[in-house]
Design a protein around this ligand. Structure first.
Ligand code: MN
Length: 259
């Protein structure tokens, strides 16, 4: 499932869930650059090893979130972790591209490797709904991810019959991506897995009611009202800046990746 541009969200890619034999790497993304935005990985199951041109290396496990700032440019690889390659298992996650405003597109690259135990969990409807607050302030909880523009990111898990009203600032764009299960929206229509619900920024939230055990990723943020130019792994404001990104990558200004 892919979606383009519900500002500040640019692209959402749901990979898996896929059963994987030991020794097989369902990702195997070799070295590639990024500039001008933040690639975020929500790993639901499995194990990923990332490595980059600045000498950083890290492991994500099921439940972990990596909030990466590509900023002025970085080259990295994303592959199955050693432990996952040995054991096999189920790989499932979401990669989300979050835009950066013009004034932060050339920020220093960086990572926030957020382990699942650092993400606060809000329980609603007598525990039938759990909301992991990854980013932003939500009902008194504060997500660990730092963002350049105001964003709320919630990972919801709903038991059958569990209901929740999601309250969001009125001027935020919002979307809900259903990974699995079935949820009824605002007491009206039901939607199954791999559906994306997109809300206009004229309400103050929405209601979800689970008809089966469901997982939903809820994203909301202040729109970035700037021109957008994107090509492949670069997201900038103008075509000239895209050309500069291509040139800088070729000249080695985003670093050199050594495997
Ligand atoms: Mn990448």
């Amino acid at each position: 499932m892919r979606v383009e541009q519900i500002s500040p969200f640019l692209l959402l890619h749901h990979f898996g869930p896929m059963p994987v034999e030991p020794g097989a790497d369902p990702l195997d993304l070799g070295p590639h650059p990024h500039r001008g935005f933040e690639p975020v990985t929500f790993l639901y199951s499995g194990g990923i090893r990332h490595k980059d041109s600045r000498g950083n290396e890290g492991i994500l496990q099921g439940g972990d979130v990596q909030w990466m700032t590509a900023g002025r440019g970085i080259i990295h690889s994303e592959r199955a972790s050693k432990a996952f390659l040995e054991s096999g298992g189920v790989m499932e996650g979401i990669q989300l591209w979050v835009n950066l405003p013009k004034q932060h597109k050339m920020a220093q690259p960086g990572y926030q490797d957020i382990k699942t135990d650092r993400i606060p969990v809000l329980e609603e409807d007598e525990g039938r709904v759990q909301l992991k607050v990854v980013a932003g302030a939500y009902k008194g909880l504060k997500g660990p991810a730092k963002t350049f523009t105001p964003i709320i990111a919630l990972q919801a898990r709903l038991q059958p019959g569990g209901a929740v009203d999601i309250e969001l600032p009125e001027h935020f764009n919002a979307l809900a991506y259903i990974l699995s299960g079935t949820v009824k929206l605002n007491g009206n229509f039901s939607y199954g897995g791999e559906h994306l619900l997109h809300f206009r920024n004229d309400g103050e939230g929405f209601g979800l009611q689970a008809e089966a055990e469901s997982q939903v990723l809820i994203l909301a943020g202040e729109p970035i009202d700037e021109p957008l130019a994107s090509w492949g792994p670069y997201v900038m404001n103008t075509q000239t800046e895209i050309m500069e990104a291509m040139r800088d990558y070729q000249m080695g200004k985003m670093g050199v990746y050594v495997d």
